[in-house]
Write a protein that binds this ligand. Structure first.
Ligand SMILES: *Cc1c(COP(=O)(O)O)cnc(C)c1O
Length: 371
């Protein structure tokens, strides 16, 4: 069996450093808001090339807190609009709702990303921000989005939960191209904790301070609650785990890219389409390696029978979710195509060349008429 993501083995590769880090925290007697968090915030900011990093509880909180901070800074009103891709993990749209704003869905391009041409007609007098998602680990074209945002006076909040370490076409790290970016350290992400975790990164000191305040019960100073906030922390154990892994992130991403290039070159089947292939100047970090097939469900069960576990990211577009049923009348052909056809092949730093070749051989041997 080739599992989709062997988390146990992926974490065992960091032993004994991981257990040492956990022990260090256990023995310190200090479990929240301590030295590990401060050090991780500093190290992650330095890695990205950004002025401020605020560790928070998870990726959804990171997005929500950025929007709450911007809402206060800019005086946005309840129901003001944020443009979100129709194909993404639900958190991207949910954060907008949680911040008291209104998500306006935009169809995605053939790489499942937002682009300026598709956003432009959706901009209204109430539009306040764009929320590009670097889905599957591939950066959106931020230069294009920045021109559009500037023209309409919009803020840019990046959802970088799938793109740790990815770069834009200009070589800068994903997470540094907008007003602020949200990261998730959910265990399966390219940089994953041993539990929940997230971070907000920004060059804007005021925004960073507001995020800290909202994440700390609305208090910038202890017991001085200026606004209604929430409790959202990256704990010392998770920060220590992330500090252990961060120095290896680039090597892990490079291995993902090498495997993706093997898939790109090897997969040849008229029933399978690869939405984008590896490009040196704007490379994905392949949180996910997506393929499209009109026979997706048959392909998935065929691969499962042959011992390869594949997942679907994501089986429903946002407007197809019951929680967003008020948007159900709309149509987003490309997002709907991904929901109906996308399949994620196993791709992680420990996948061997041999396993990749097995998967390629099986995908190429798939004949829809036989299933
Ligand atoms: C994982 C993810 C999130 C949310 O992260 P959590 O830590 O699970 O809250 C947000 N957006 C995208 C695109 C994600 O993949």
């Amino acid at each position: 069996m080739i599992p989709y993501l062997p988390l146990q083995a992926l974490n065992a590769a960091y032993e004994p450093m991981l257990s040492d880090a956990v022990q260090r925290v256990v023995q310190s007697g200090w479990y929240l808001n301590g030295k590990e968090l401060a050090a991780f915030e500093q190290e992650f900011a330095a890695y990205l090339g950004v002025a401020h990093c605020v560790g928070v509880g998870n990726g959804l909180d990171a997005l929500t807190l950025i929007l709450l901070a911007l809402r206060e800074m800019e005086g946005w009103e309840e129901g003001d609009e944020v443009i979100v891709p129709a194909m993404t993990f639900v958190a991207s749209a949910e954060a907008v709702v949680r911040a008291g704003l209104s998500p306006v869905l935009c169809d995605v391009d053939e790489a499942a990303l937002l682009n300026a041409a598709q956003i432009e007609p959706l901009v209204s007098p109430r539009t306040r921000a764009l929320l590009p998602v670097h889905l599957y680990g591939k950066a959106c074209d931020m230069n294009q989005l920045k021109v559009l945002a500037h023209r309409h006076g919009l803020r840019i909040v990046e959802d970088a939960a799938q793109a740790h370490g990815a770069t834009y076409a200009n070589g800068r790290r994903v997470g540094t191209g907008g007003d602020a970016a949200a990261f998730s350290f959910y265990p399966g992400k390219n940089l994953g904790a041993l539990g929940d975790g997230g971070a907000v990164v920004t060059d804007d000191a005021q925004l960073a301070a507001l995020v800290r305040e909202y994440a700390n019960y609305g208090a910038a100073r202890k017991y001085e609650h200026r606004v209604h906030g929430c409790n959202s922390r990256l704990d010392e154990l998770q920060a220590a785990v992330l500090r252990t892994k961060l120095p290896h992130l680039d090597a892990a991403n490079a291995r993902r890219q090498a495997l993706a290039q093997m898939y790109d070159a090897g997969i040849q089947n008229p029933a399978v389409h690869i939405p984008y292939i590896y490009k040196e100047d704007s490379p994905s970090v392949y949180h996910i390696y997506p393929i499209l097939s009109p026979h997706r469900d048959a392909l998935q069960s065929y691969l499962r029978n042959e011992g390869v576990e594949c997942l679907i990211h994501y089986p429903h577009a946002i407007h197809q979710q019951q929680a967003f049923s008020s948007l159900a009348q709309q149509h987003f052909p490309q997002a709907e195509r991904f929901a109906a056809q996308v399949l994620s092949l196993p791709l992680h730093p420990l996948l061997t060349d041999e396993e990749a070749h097995t998967i390629i051989r099986l995908v190429n041997a798939f004949r829809p008429e036989n299933h």
